[in-house]
Design a protein around this ligand. Structure first.
Ligand code: AR6
Length: 168
């Protein structure tokens, strides 16, 4: 049975099978966690991403981890919050976690770190984004040790209030 933990930190420092990137549909880099991952991985990551033909919102694609400590990067694209209804946002964000876990499993990844997808530039309210992350990883992450790595203090504060049982 897989576990879920919530920690505060920087996902680029994760040692394990895979980290998930909150990318955009081009997969050609950006700011936030995407920028941090590309900086830490080195230019080989961007070169591989350029061969993938982008990624639709809610889907996930895998690459090597290059200079990262993780073996793989799983790129997923969260919803831009203001572009969808609340129901659509929820389904799209669930798909990000579900499809990332499926790609992880297909590549024999047992330990996977996630950022709080869509909760930065894409504007998804943090508390709701956390609920979707926890619920979906619980439902579909049976065999995977998942770590949700929260970079901003606000998100970690909410996690300690609402999901203390998962916090280190
Ligand atoms: N480790 C873990 N989490 C991080 C890190 C880090 N090093 N840096 C930021 N975060 P965002 P989105 C958190 O904006 O909302 C990019 O430009 C951050 O605090 O990175 O899905 C892409 O190219 C927030 O809680 O991703 C897209 O264009 C969470 O990661 C767009 O942003 C997600 O924030 C995607 O927007």
């Amino acid at each position: 049975m897989g576990k879920i933990r919530i920690i505060s930190g920087d996902i680029t420092q994760f040692t394990g099978d895979a980290i998930v990137n909150a990318a955009n549909e081009s997969l050609l880099g950006g700011g936030g966690v995407d920028g941090a991952i590309h900086r830490a991985a080195g230019s080989g990551l961007l070169k591989e991403c350029a061969t993938l033909g982008g990624c639709r919102t809610g889907e996930a694609k895998i690459t090597g981890g290059y200079n990262l400590k993780a073996r793989f990067v799983i790129h997923t694209v969260g919803p831009v919050y203001y572009e969808h209804s609340p129901e659509e946002n929820r389904v799209l964000l669930q798909n990000c976690y579900k499809n990332s876990l499926e790609v992880a499993r297909k590549n024999e990844c047992h330990s996977v770190a996630f950022p709080l997808i869509s909760a930065g530039v894409y504007g998804y309210p943090k508390e709701e984004a956390l609920s979707v992350a926890i619920e979906t990883i619980r439902r579909y992450g049976e065999d995977i040790d998942a770590v949700l790595i929260l970079f901003d203090r606000g998100a970690y504060g909410i996690a300690r209030e609402k999901f203390i049982e998962f916090c280190d």
